[in-house]
Design a protein around this ligand. Structure first.
Ligand SMILES: [Zn+2]
Length: 247
């Protein structure tokens, strides 16, 4: 059930069938010279939509903006502050909880470390606040680690490379503009630099030339499998906790 597409009445009926919801997160961020700025959000939302075709679960409209540290100065990146992201997470979960939802899977298509830390910190706060919720937090890189073993040729695939390009060739073929050179950025260790773009000229982390639509199909299928399992896990954990309390 896509929350943006259903009515008030549909929501009332839906809540009788499931108390679970996926909140997709993304970013508006450079993805090399060949992928659209909305790549992270599009991927997280498209995977979540397919999960909702398999199991009863609500899917929130995606949180389009994220915190982008390394790519902040690249053309087109629109980054929000950590506190803003934390507040969005807190407010959205608060409101969904008020609506009766109890099992939350936060799925971020953007996997920046600081971005994820903000989501995690806010989720922990919500876990402390409510005694009846179960919360899971996963990112695109967790999907890669858990679901794509043996699928990728490029060991250092991370950003606008083999996997993201393959998925976008499948999901938004008209938005993919050829390819970009293979690239692995190297930022100064321990030192923060303002002009991160000079250390990451092309905005790619990996090798997009190894991408294909066929590979995108396999990756999408496995990603949907993994996120579906995560929805079930979050639900089971809540049932388990409730049982523990009851006995
Ligand atoms: Zn990305």
């Amino acid at each position: 059930m896509l929350i943006e597409a259903i009515t008030m009445k549909d929501f009332e009926e839906g809540i009788k069938r499931t108390r679970s919801v996926i909140i997709p997160f993304g970013s508006v961020e450079e993805h090399g010279a060949h992928l659209p700025l909305g790549t992270d959000t599009i991927q997280a939302y498209e995977i979540s939509k397919r999960v909702a075709e398999r199991v009863p679960v609500f899917v929130c409209p995606p949180v389009y903006y994220g915190l982008c540290r390394s790519s902040k100065k690249h053309p087109g990146t629109i980054s929000i502050k950590g506190n803003t992201l934390r507040k969005i997470v807190i407010d959205v979960i608060d409101s969904l909880h008020e609506q009766g939802l109890r099992n939350f899977l936060l799925f971020s298509g953007h996997a920046g470390g600081t971005h994820l830390a903000m989501i995690l910190d806010a989720a922990e706060e919500m876990l402390e606040k409510f005694s009846d919720v179960s919360i899971g937090v996963i990112s695109y890189l967790d999907v890669a680690d858990e679901a794509w073993k043996g699928e990728l040729e490029c060991a250092g695939d991370s950003h606008a490379g083999e996997s993201e390009t393959s998925l976008m060739m499948l999901l938004r073929p008209n938005w993919v503009k050829g390819t970009s050179p293979e690239e692995y950025p190297s930022f100064p260790k321990y030192i923060l630099v303002k002009d991160k773009k000079s250390y990451w000229q092309g905005g790619v982390w990996g090798d997009p030339s190894r991408a294909s639509e066929e590979k995108g199909k396999r990756l999408l299928e496995k990603a949907v499998d993994f996120v579906t399992e995560m929805v079930k896990k979050v639900e089971e954990f809540n049932n388990k906790s409730t049982c523990d309390v009851a006995t």
